[in-house]
Design a protein around this ligand. Structure first.
Ligand code: FAD
Length: 462
């Protein structure tokens, strides 16, 4: 009897999972395996937010497998050693896994391939599982990746995606031992943010359906409105692979063609964001070192000022829209994209601190923290990455007036300022002395004009 192993990584789902589909087609029995990887969990890289979400994902995946006559086999330790061990115990012929863009995923794949070959087994790696279009499929002539989004997006939009596949009806499992499903506390120490969403494929699919029904049509118009909170919030489900990006895109396109007047514009704008996701993955896959090093060196000599950095982290910079965003991150483990852009520009340009400081802080809290999206968006904001206008500085006041014109976003997250009406909430320093002192809210950590001049001097622009 032929047995295959499916090593689940960032594809924690049963629907539209080509890894599982291929393993099932090639064998009578399949071992659905998840390894609590000592290289990730043991290295402290699973934060409390992601541990909570991940344990929900694993419980949901196990539930889905049990409903199909199987269950999730959980092991812990070195991912390559444990996978080989399970493959040997099960007498498996092949191990199936999704390809990944990060340096870590690429090394895992190489190590797995050579260890399995020694044992007389083979590794089958599947593309277009964690992204819609796999890195390396679209390349400009003579290069190994696109470094600019617009031409990438043009090509990406005309690419034919693979068909979406249903969840399997049944999965037959050989007899194997498993560790109990890990709870959040088994994966990381510490407390997860209070406002964290529930993880898992079932919840992801429920949210996707609700979003297509009632959020998609307005997306083009409202996605930058901070107070409206009108984005899909699907990022953690995409990050852990509870949702397939191919399925999300095809359902959004389908909803657009069947839907109301603005659904087409909404779907186009939404799908474009998913192209950004693929774009960053193909950059990282080609240049894995971009997780740590400048993609385009600007020879920055970043400032270090622990007090400023602490104020930024704590949401106490004295710029209400920046502080609102940083507090949202601490409370929900998530932040609106426009807010991510403006706090990143504030840290790297107005304060001129190293983008790695900001990326690291985000990774400590974000439930959707992703090497490709986080690190390359930080580089984009810092002007060391793929932005075609690398020296542009987002002025937090201009951004606040544009994207939180009534000040509702700030009032939601900065309670000290909740009594200030309308857009006055963005400029508390304009209040008279006693009134201002009574707010117990800090004075701005930087003068924006001076910060801008300092940045321009540092980059040799003036
Ligand atoms: P929607 O607006 O509903 O977009 C749909 C999906 O498109 C998102 O779920 C996401 O998967 C993708 N997407 C949207 N915007 C981007 C983008 N700019 N780049 C790549 N993919 C995008 N996204 C992450 O998933 N993980 C991160 O660690 C991450 N770090 C970021 C750091 C910075 C400094 C910035 C500026 C952006 C970062 N983003 C990251 C991108 C983006 O902010 C989030 O994906 C988005 O806010 C998630 O909310 P949503 O699901 O409601 O997005």
């Amino acid at each position: 009897m032929c047995v295959n192993v499916v090593l689940f990584t960032a594809d924690l789902r049963l629907h539209d999972n080509p890894v599982l589909g291929a393993a099932l087609r090639a064998a009578e029995r399949v071992v659905p395996l998840f390894v609590i990887d000592s290289g990730i969990a043991g290295a402290g890289l699973v934060t409390p937010a992601r541990a909570a979400f991940l344990s929900d994902c694993l419980a949901d995946l196990d539930g889905g497998l049990r409903a199909r006559g199987s269950r999730l086999i959980v092991r812990a330790g070195d991912v390559v050693r444990e996978t080989c061990r399970v493959a040997a115990e099960a007498g498996a012929t092949e191990v199936h896994v999704a390809s990944g863009a990060s340096g870590y995923a690429q090394r895992r794949e190489e190590r797995l391939r050579s260890a399995l070959t020694v044992d007389g087994r083979s590794l089958r790696v599947h593309d277009a599982v964690t992204t819609a279009v796999a890195p390396g499929v679209l390349v400009p002539s003579g290069k190994d990746h696109y470094s600019v989004f617009t031409p990438y997006h043009r090509r990406w939009s005309t690419e034919r995606l693979r068909p979406v596949s249903p969840a399997p009806r049944r999965v037959e499992l050989p007899r194997l031992r498993s560790l109990p499903l890990p709870g959040a506390g088994d994966l990381a120490r510490g407390t997860a943010p209070a406002g964290l969403p529930k993880g898992g494929e079932t919840e992801g699919r429920r949210r996707l359906a609700a979003w297509l029904r009632s959020g998609l049509a307005g997306y083009a118009e409202t996605h930058d409105d901070l107070a409206a909170d009108a984005t899909s919030r699907l990022s953690p489900y995409l990050h852990f692979g509870c949702l397939s990006p191919v399925e999300v895109i095809s359902r959004a396109r389908r909803a657009a063609s069947a839907g109301e007047r603005h659904a087409g514009e909404g779907a186009e704008a939404f799908v474009r964001q998913l192209a950004w996701r693929d774009f960053h993955h193909q950059v990282l896959a080609a240049v894995p070192a971009a997780a740590h090093r400048d993609y385009r060196a600007r020879h920055d000599r970043w400032r270090t000022d622990p007090d400023e950095l602490a104020a930024w982290r704590a949401g106490m910079t004295g710029y209400p829209v920046v502080d609102a965003a940083m507090r949202q991150l601490a409370h929900e483990g998530w932040m609106h994209n426009r807010a991510r852009m403006l706090v990143a520009s504030f840290l790297t340009k107005s304060l001129y601190h190293d983008w790695r400081e900001g990326a690291g802080h985000f990774e400590g809290l974000l439930v959707d923290a992703d090497v490709a999206n986080n690190r390359l968006n930080w580089q984009w904001a810092a002007g060391t990455g793929n932005d075609t206008r690398p020296h542009r500085v987002l002025n937090p006041l201009v951004q606040a007036r544009r994207f939180d014109p009534r000040g509702d976003y700030v009032r939601r997250w900065v309670p000290e300022l909740a009594a200030l009406p309308g857009a006055a909430v963005h400029t508390p320093w304009r209040l008279g002395g006693a009134e201002r002192v009574a707010l117990r809210y800090p004075a701005p950590v930087v003068d924006l004009t001076e910060g801008l001049a300092r940045f321009r001097r540092a980059r040799g622009l003036d």
